[in-house]
Design a protein around this ligand. Structure first.
Ligand code: SAM
Length: 279
């Protein structure tokens, strides 16, 4: 008698995979592995219904979260991993889930994920911390290519992503992310949940790209404006935006306001003003 459908095939414990493939964690690759299947299952479930969806996982490592994703209804899992040692360790998982796990040995920073797999696409990942925000900004540039993202960040980064205007954590990352997506923290993960533990706690964040950005603007202009404004966040906009030749009053914004007082829509108005001036 064969195993009933949906029963995960027997796989070695992740600790054995790490030992057998010599996956000593490399700091340069932000390697902090999740070995608890309750936690990886929780992250996979946070991605919601995945029936018919191609899930992209960045940095599968020894494959803990990958296993959880393969146990969902997702059509397929596309795993992009830079570390060749991990790629070798994932072969057994590929054999256990025939045709559903695609492994790409590559640097995610250099990958066009939309070209990797057909839509609809979701990204689910315990991201390498050293490149997590660069990757997110890269994906937000083509946000309409992804239906949803569930991503683990350092808690401090998650706080910045989800911060409201007026708060201390509100900054460039909050503005650009919230302009292009709806973002909310789902749950915190203690550092002890990782092997090896990182220095700080983490948070799983849901990022749902908006069908249309919150307000018209070009992302490059928004980045220029937020960089200038938050680069000198204690100064009034009148002086912090001088360097890029922008007068906030012309965009209908008080020159005496400070960067953290502005809404995302107001930053978009400044970005449009910058575009108009340089056109
Ligand atoms: N998903 C695994 C887990 O939860 O146990 C590992 C997560 S670990 C925080 C980050 C993973 O990303 C590592 O496997 C690391 O090798 C990989 N990685 C680091 N930089 C990468 C890059 N630029 N492109 C692709 N993978 C990368």
């Amino acid at each position: 008698m064969g195993a009933p459908p949906n029963t995960p095939p027997p796989l070695p414990p992740l600790r054995d995979v790490i030992r057998d493939f010599g996956l000593g964690a490399r700091k340069s690759l932000g390697q902090h592995f999740l070995l608890d299947s309750n936690l990886t299952g929780r992250i996979a479930r946070a991605a919601g219904a995945l029936d018919g969806v191609n899930v992209i996982e960045i940095g599968p490592g020894p494959g803990g979260l990958t296993r959880a994703l393969l146990d969902t209804d997702a059509d397929a899992v596309w795993a992009v991993e830079k570390d060749r040692r991990c790629v070798a360790a994932l072969q057994a998982l590929q054999d256990a889930y025939p045709g559903r796990l695609h492994i790409l040995e590559a640097d995610a920073l250099e990958q066009d994920l939309a070209a990797l797999t057909p839509a609809p696409r979701a990204i689910v990942a315990n991201l390498p911390y050293n490149v997590s925000t660069v990757l997110l900004l890269q994906w937000l540039r083509q946000a309409d290519q992804f239906t949803r993202m569930v991503l683990m960040f350092q808690k401090e980064v998650a706080d910045r992503l989800t911060a409201a205007s007026g708060s201390k954590a509100y900054g460039r990352l909050s503005v650009v992310t919230q302009w292009r997506a709806q973002v909310r923290p789902l749950f915190n993960v203690a550092k002890e949940a990782f092997t090896p533990p990182p220095k700080v706690a983490s948070t799983v964040v849901e990022v749902i790209p908006r069908a249309e950005p919150l307000a018209p603007a070009k992302m490059t202009d928004l980045e220029k404006v937020t960089q200038a404004a938050f680069g000198q966040r204690r100064k009034m906009l009148r002086s912090s935006l001088k360097g890029i030749g922008l007068d906030p009053a012309q965009a209908g914004i008080s020159p005496e306001a400070r960067a953290e007082d502005l809404s995302v829509e107001e930053f978009c108005a400044l970005a449009r003003q910058l575009a108009a001036q340089t056109a």
